[in-house]
Structure formats: C-alpha cells, structure tokens
Design a binder for this molecule. Structure first.
Ligand code: 8NA
Ligand code: MG
Ligand code: MG
Ligand code: MG
Length: 393
C-alpha cells in the first residue's frame, strides 16, 4: 500500500487533534485502568448519528490551540516568522485562556504581549530562574514544522524547530524534546509504506537515534549547565516511580587522554535505545506491565518524560500485540496505548497519533472519531494548505 503525501499530512494533523480531544478527559489521572480506556474508546467508536441524544463533541486543548497558531503563521506568512508566531500564541491564549495551558507558559504570553513581540525569545529565557521551561509544550505543537519542512535540508529543519520551541521553551530538554518529536513525524512522513515488521521498527529507530545523537553531542554545554544545577536536575531525573532501575542515569562518563573524566549527556538518545529494547522484546513475545513502561519512559508534562513515550506508543500501535486494543486501525491502538499510561494523556496521545497518522495517512483515522472532535474541518484545511505550500516551493 502506498499512501499519498496529502493523506499523510491530513493523518498527522487530524491524528494529533483526535488524541488531544479524546485524551483530555483522562489528563492528569495517575492510574488509568485499561478497562476504563477500552470502555471509553468503544463508546466513541460506536456508529451513531451526531444528532442522537448524548453524542459527545469533545473540546481540544492547548496542544491543538498552539498547533493551529503555528500552522496559520506558516501558511499565511509563507515562511517561519517567530514574531508572528509569538503574537498568535498570545492572542489565541487571550481569546480562549481556558484551554488547559501549562501553569507557567502563560507568563511568557503576557511578557511577549507587553514587549509588543519584539525579541520573541527573551521572555521564555526568564522562566524558571533563567533555566527555561522543559515542559512538553513545544513538542506537542511541532507537527506543522515537520510538514512545512518536509523537503528542507536537515540542518534548516532543526534550526526552525529549535526556534519555534524557544519562543516558550528555552531549556535544552524542552527544545530538544521538540526536535525529537519533529524528527519522529518527519521520518514518518517520509516512510513509503506502512511499518509492519520488527525490521521496519529498527530501521526507523536507528535513524532517529543517529540523528538525535549528533544533536545531543552539540548540546553538551547546555546539558551540563542543567545537570550541574542540583535543584533543576532533581526535577528532571526523579521519577515518580521509584522502581525504575537505572533509568535515572542518563550520563555516559568517558575518560579523555588526559585521564580526566568527562560526562557526555545524551538523554533523549538513551531513552530511544530503551524504547527500541522494550519494543524488540515485546514483539518477540515478552510482556511488560504498563507501570514498568511508565517508570522507564515517563508520562508527565516534561518533554523528557513524554516525547520518547509518545514515540513508543506510536510504534507499538503499528502492531497487534497481546495487550492491544482490539481494533484494525493502528492510530486507534496508538491512542489506546497513550491513554493507558495515564498522566499527560492528551499530549502524549496527540504526539503519538500525529506520528501514527503521518505513517498511515488519513484513511487510518475512523471517521466517527473525527465527528467527536471540535474543529476537525479547520485542521484538515491547514493540512491541505501546508501540503500545497510544500508542493509549490
Ligand atoms: P510550562 O512551560 O508551564 O511547563 C509545564 C510544567 O512543567 C510547569 O508548570 C512546571 O511544573 C514544569 N516545569 C517546566 N520547566 C521546569 C523547570 N525548568 N523547572 C521546574 N519545573 C519545570 O507549560 P508547557 O506548555 O510545557 O506545558 C504543556 C503541558 O501542560 C501539556 O501537557 C498541556 O496539556 C498542559 N497541561 C498538562 C496537565 C497535566 O497533567 N498533566 C494539566 C494541565 C495542562
Ligand atoms: Mg491537550
Ligand atoms: Mg493539553
Ligand atoms: Mg497535556
């Protein structure tokens, strides 16, 4: 099966939307039972008329609100314009503040507005005592950058993505998380057929690990500054679950030729290697309980503990495994896995399903799920506009 690029753009955009809308009723719940997720999804998948009593239309949240702003800006400006994006973020927030934004990012919007969007990277740098936010708020909105950058040279795409992130997230964990999510979507858009074997998974992940390693090696000064600060490091490293073995240790120590110890930080690449190890074991039939996966990969609002989790959910959803939701569509299985982790369900789901949608195209998104979501026509239009923009360049 060959999936058209337009279908992949739509799948990416609408995959992100459905998981934001359907994931948000579970957002913030630490323990979600698979029973409750199954029941909820079965109800949403039931064929029923939109006019029937009790038909639920679910609202989108900040994930989609910010994705819309980036898409609109790229489409209207026909280039990446950080001031224009900053302005759209702030105006969108002022228009509809109750979309579930992160607790601290809203201060950035106020400061951007106050400075009339001059120096759009400055307010974000002042967050968290100058360390900047490492939340997943830049990663969750990166889909339009991956689509817009479909034909871009890799370095240009990385720069654009980093800058799109830095408007609100100046911490290296925040913007590198956004870069990883962008690369995951970008690769998914470039995959020519569906992912269905362990071999496909390993090719995809090896590619991602190779790119991420190079990026992280270039991020050493920023990583070591973060990791030498005890208070911020404690937040990044501590997992809520204590039985996570050595997953806190994401430093590799090397000895240089002067016999000095030098720490090399490759946190996201290391997490991707874990994702690969778990998936390889699972596809071969070994079982991992959900709490163990959560302890290892994370499920919270930080980019470090949600972007690799989303990539894992997206790839796992390509298979029907013993613990899969019994549904023929990979995007529905991806959504099921994402919500089952609990925590930041809408954002992990939104990131995971935009990857899955970019692999499998819009045909993999059940129409009935779209009907349950606010704003799906607009999102489809943005996908088409971005597609035309990429084709015309
Ligand atoms: P953000 O920049 O406010 O970051 C989110 C949170 O992460 C902050 O409020 C802090 O608690 C923490 N944080 C980030 N950086 C640091 C740091 N350097 N030091 C200490 N703590 C830090 O907002 P964002 O845009 O990154 O947030 C995105 C998430 O918030 C999304 O998941 C979105 O859906 C939303 N949200 C999540 C929840 C949830 O449970 N799970 C609830 C409401 C809203
Ligand atoms: Mg959301
Ligand atoms: Mg949200
Ligand atoms: Mg969220």
């Amino acid at each position: 099966i060959i999936i058209s690029l337009m279908s992949k753009f739509r799948g990416c955009m609408l995959g992100g939307l459905i998981a934001d809308c359907l994931g948000s009723p579970f957002e913030g719940e630490m323990f979600v039972t698979t029973d409750s997720v199954q029941k909820f999804l079965h109800k949403q998948l039931e064929e029923q008329s939109e006019k029937s009593a009790g038909f639920q239309i679910l609202s989108y949240t900040d994930d989609t609100a910010m994705t819309k702003s980036i898409a609109q800006s790229l489409i209207e400006m026909r280039k990446f314009d950080p001031k224009d994006i900053a302005k759209r973020f702030a105006l969108e927030y002022n228009k509809e503040p109750k979309r579930g934004y992160g607790a601290n990012v809203v201060d950035v919007f106020a400061a951007l507005m106050l400075a009339n969007y001059e120096s759009p990277y400055e307010p974000a740098k002042r967050q968290f005592g100058g360390f900047g936010s490492y939340g997943n708020g830049a990663a969750m909105r990166v889909g339009p950058c991956a689509m817009y950058g479909y034909n871009m040279e890799l370095n240009k795409l990385l720069e654009l993505t980093r800058d799109s992130a830095r408007i609100t997230h100046s911490n290296v964990y925040g913007y590198n998380g956004a870069i990883l999510q962008c690369l995951a979507i970008h690769q998914a858009l470039h995959v020519h057929s569906i992912i269905r074997t362990l071999f496909d998974i390993n090719v995809y992940l090896n590619n991602l690990i190779e790119k991420m390693m190079k990026i992280e090696l270039d991020s050493q000064p920023a990583y070591s500054m973060m990791n030498n600060n005890t208070t911020t490091t404690a937040n990044i490293n501590n997992n809520n679950n204590s039985n996570n073995g050595n997953s806190n240790n994401h430093t590799n120590i090397i000895i240089n030729n002067h016999n000095q110890e030098k720490k090399i930080y490759t946190p996201f690449s290391d997490k991707l290697k874990k994702v690969k190890e778990i998936l390889n074991n699972e596809i071969k039939g070994n079982k991992y309980p959900i709490d163990k996966i959560v302890a290892c990969l994370g499920n919270d609002v930080s980019a470090f503990k949600s972007v690799p989790t989303a990539i894992y959910a997206a790839l796992k959803g390509q298979f029907i495994l013993f613990d899969s939701f019994d549904h023929p569509s990979p995007i529905v299985r991806t959504l099921y896995h994402s919500i089952s982790f609990g925590g930041d369900t809408d954002t992990i789901g939104s990131m995971a399903c935009s990857i899955s949608g970019a692999i499998n195209g819009i045909e993999s998104v059940p129409k009935i799920l779209l009907k349950h979501c606010e704003c799906c026509d607009v999102m489809e239009k943005y996908a088409d506009d971005l597609f035309r923009l990429v084709r015309s360049n």
